[in-house]
Write a protein that binds this ligand. Structure first.
Ligand SMILES: [Mn+2]
Length: 367
């Protein structure tokens, strides 16, 4: 049985000195914020460390290619943040190379078999759900005075739809930067539309135009800038680039959301649109759609056809359906991968198995 050993994690982090550290994070906002917090902690409490950031590459796991790139840097320590796929397998690879591992995630905990000595933390092991950046912020606060980085945790929390889970953190951030919150409302959907919410939107759009390198740039920016006010004045060259691209992608996202309103097909509780864009905007689009009142109870599916597969982003805001398990069950024996959270998940299914997958999925949702 896995258990959270926070003390062990604290000791692990405090003992990193004169080491080469690879921080590997999910290629989304919560991942970039988690990595930035982790690196800021290591810079504050560590001495003479060399720290690298790697982002996952389209899948929430360490792909063979990414593993090769990490190992070629010969790190002493690897810290993973905010992704769950095959974590224990990756840990065994690192362990075999004599690399020490700390793995922090907040997704559903699979039946992991970690090597001895690998430290794994997940709020779900304590029966709690919250974004990874909020969880990492708490961990950092146990180690040092870390409050100046609260805004980064708040950005990741809002982007991961976790405001209700971490009301305390968001309210503190509101008190610190009152002028950036036009509405003092804890409703996550309203938080997106505040000036503060724009920071996360800009950070979150980076992987859409530059995939994992975009996520790595987002982390870099969060290390260069010390407050949301400095971020939003766009004086930093990288932030300016991020902002200009964000605006471009936003046009495509708005178009697709409108298309969903007009052209999506309804089948029982399911509402689906097949879209196409030069940017990977599916999950952004499905998040926006599921936040609308009229789709609250629906299972939203935003799909895109690739050469050999169909990839789908799924949302169910009401929580009536456990998307993570419905997807996993529907994929059983088929060529495809997928999963995520109860209310937000994704899958990539081989074209030859797509019809079978959809039939099973509809059966489970519509009964
Ligand atoms: Mn994430």
């Amino acid at each position: 049985m896995l258990k959270n050993d926070t003390e062990k994690a604290v000791l692990f982090l405090k003992s990193i000195k004169k080491k080469k550290v690879a921080v590997v994070s999910h290629d989304d906002s919560d991942g970039s914020c988690s990595a930035a917090l982790m690196i800021r902690l290591l810079k504050k409490v560590g001495t003479n460390n060399q720290i690298l950031n790697f982002s996952t590459r389209g899948a929430p796991s360490i792909s063979d290619e990414l593993m090769k790139d990490i190992l070629s840097e010969k790190p002493d320590v690897v810290i993973t943040c905010d992704f769950a796929g095959g974590l224990d397998k990756s840990a065994h690879v690192f362990d075999g190379d004599g690399i020490k591992c700390l793995m922090i995630d907040h997704h559903v905990v699979p039946d992991y078999k970690f090597p001895e000595g690998c430290v794994y933390l997940n709020p779900q092991l304590d029966g709690k759900t919250m974004p990874c950046s909020a969880f990492i912020y708490d961990l950092c606060m146990r180690i040092t005075d870390f409050e100046q980085n609260l805004w980064i945790a708040a950005v990741g929390t809002i982007e991961d739809f976790g405001a209700a889970e971490r009301k305390d953190l968001i309210e503190k951030c509101m008190k610190k930067y009152p002028e950036l919150f036009e509405k003092k409302d804890i409703d996550n959907r309203k938080l997106f539309d505040t000036t503060f919410g724009l920071v996360g939107k800009i950070i979150g759009s980076a992987p859409s135009w530059a995939s994992y390198q975009g996520a790595e740039l987002a982390t870099k920016v969060l290390l260069e800038i010390d407050s949301p006010r400095d971020f939003l004045d766009l004086k930093n060259k990288d932030v300016k680039t991020l902002y200009e691209k964000y605006e471009m992608i936003n046009i495509d996202v708005k178009k697709t959301v409108k298309m969903f309103d007009e052209k999506s097909e309804k089948d029982g509780h399911i509402r689906m649109l097949v879209m196409s864009s030069e940017f990977p905007i599916k999950s952004k689009v499905s998040t926006i759609i599921s936040a609308k009142d009229e789709y609250y109870k629906d299972v939203i599916m935003v799909a895109e056809e690739n050469t050999k597969s169909v990839s789908i982003s799924l949302r169910n805001q009401s929580g009536d359906f456990d998307l993570d398990s419905i997807i996993r069950e529907s994929l059983s024996g088929l060529e495809g991968t997928g999963g995520g959270h109860k209310k937000a998940a994704g899958t990539v299914v081989s074209k030859k198995d797509f019809d079978v997958f959809m039939e099973r999925f509809k059966g489970k949702v519509n009964g």
